[in-house]
Design a protein around this ligand. Structure first.
Ligand SMILES: Nc1ncnc2c1ncn2[C@@H]1O[C@H](COP(=O)(O)OP(=O)(O)OP(=O)(O)O)[C@@H](O)[C@H]1O
Ligand SMILES: [Mg+2]
Length: 431
């Protein structure tokens, strides 16, 4: 055991459930997707897409793409994947969040956002002239109603422009091209668009990005979102796969070794002052079911409790206590809220929900025969009635029917939470 006692600040930040991993040293595993992404940046005219479940590590991977896209190969060296090339992109990152409705809104936000093209709008002379020459209607669309642009515009400046595009796509394309022409970076511009799934109507975005990357040299896009595949992400039926040919990274759940590495890195962060016993580590890795988020969430509270109680080893039973307090305190209010909505104060419905979560096969499907058997052992003899409720909006519609007698959880993170969460206390049985 080390002699240095960590500070409370170090304890609280050794795990990081609330934030993606930007640091190279704290990024665990993922050698294969990192390699794929690194190579995708080498392919000219190709874009990149990353899809995967909620909380699986998409944004963290995006931050690493940002690191090596800018030429920091620390992660490549750490993973020893022998890629002897140094990228030199001007990398921009934008997370859609809520409030990006469609293609025009997305392009307007990319143009004006500080982490994206915003800083270049007025720094590149050609862009400045372009923006100054916009019609009031168009500038309102980009900068918002009432925004003032280009009071310093002169006749000389506007005359230089042959045509001012009358649609946002045209402006966007020009602004990006003008920036690339500055040759500030050897490889041009890489625009990372995260949380793409939040865009209400993404119609036309895919083809536009594809055309941009093909027509304009040295421009690449990396789009990221919660989805099972590229079709679902783009909600584009025709050949969405071809739009991102070759470089679609489907981020899988993390392996047991990768999750163990997260635990090891956190322990090192506090100089091994507190460690997980082997059994506790196994338990934590198992309950996470491939979701790094759950390792960080449970790990964080386990460290906190151990530190407060002056314990240096976290045992398996401590993990159970932590899970109990995470549930009771609603430490993840969203997951806990969904759990409560599904259970809705019924002991039987909770038993059925947990039986479903415990009986997923390796494809994430649940054969009701198995789940009902388990529920029956716990005293519920009308499981199908509760399953009928759990698929409805009233109970959160967390599960869906795949086919006759097969169901699945829509969100594997929620499924893992249901499995790990201790049963609610004091629930009454339905009459
Ligand atoms: N490679 C990794 N090593 C260590 N921790 C990771 C790794 N990838 C993700 N995490 C952790 O897992 C959690 C979720 O990561 P992240 O935010 O990157 O996922 P996401 O897929 O973008 O999630 P969301 O769907 O909510 O946007 C965070 O706590 C992050 O710190
Ligand atoms: Mg994310």
């Amino acid at each position: 055991m080390s002699s240095t006692t960590p500070t409370l600040h170090e304890i609280e930040n050794a795990f990081q459930p609330a934030k993606e991993i930007s640091d190279i040293e704290r990024f665990a595993g993922r050698a294969k997707p990192v390699t794929e992404a690194f190579l995708a940046l080498l392919a000219s005219g190709a874009n990149l897409a990353i899809v995967g479940n909620r909380g699986i590590g998409k944004t963290s991977l995006a931050r690493q793409i940002q690191n090596f896209g800018r030429g920091d190969n620390g992660l490549i060296q750490k993973l020893a994947i022998g890629l002897d090339h140094v990228h030199d992109f001007n990398v921009m990152y934008f997370a859609c969040g809520t409030g990006v409705d469609d293609r025009d809104a997305l392009l307007a936000r990319l143009l004006t956002s500080d982490n994206c093209l915003g800083p270049w709008l007025y720094d590149v002379p050609k862009n400045r002239r372009l923006i100054n020459a916009l019609s009031p209607k168009l500038s309102a669309k980009i900068f918002g109603v009432g925004a003032e642009v280009g009071t310093s515009q002169t006749i000389d400046e506007t005359r230089e422009l042959v045509v001012v595009p009358q649609v946002i796509e045209g402006i966007f394309e020009n602004v990006v091209r003008n920036l690339v022409e500055q040759r500030l970076t050897r490889d041009g511009v890489l625009i990372v668009i995260d949380e793409f799934d939040q865009i209400k109507d993404p119609a036309g975005i895919g083809p536009f990005l594809k055309a941009m990357a093909t027509n304009t040299e040295n421009v690449k896009f990396c789009i990221i979102g919660v989805a099972a595949d590229i079709q679902e992400l783009m909600r584009e039926h025709e050949s969405a796969d071809r739009l991102f040919a070759g470089t679609i990274i489907a981020l899988d759940p993390m392996s047991g070794n990768e999750l163990s590495e997260i635990i090891k890195l956190a322990e090192e962060k506090i100089h091994n002052y507190i460690k997980f016993s082997d059994a506790a580590q196994t338990r934590l890795v198992e309950l996470a079911q491939g979701h790094p988020y759950l390792v960080h969430l449970v790990g964080k509270f386990a460290f906190r409790d151990a530190y407060r109680n002056n314990k240096h080893i976290i045992e398996s039973q401590d993990i159970d206590l932590v899970l109990q307090s995470i549930a009771e305190n609603g430490s993840d209010p969203v997951l806990e809220g969904r759990y409560r909505k599904a259970v809705a104060s019924s002991r039987q419905r909770e038993i059925v929900l947990k039986a479903l979560a415990a009986n997923q096969d390796d494809r994430g499907e649940i054969w009701t025969t198995n789940a009902y058997k388990e529920a029956l052992e716990k005293g519920v003899d009308n499981s199908s009635q509760y399953v009928g409720q759990l698929v409805t909006e009233e109970f959160g519609a967390e599960i869906e029917r795949v086919r006759e007698r097969y169901y699945r959880f829509k969100d594997s993170l929620f499924c893992a939470y249901v499995k790990a969460r201790p049963s609610m206390r004091g629930l009454a049985r339905d009459s």
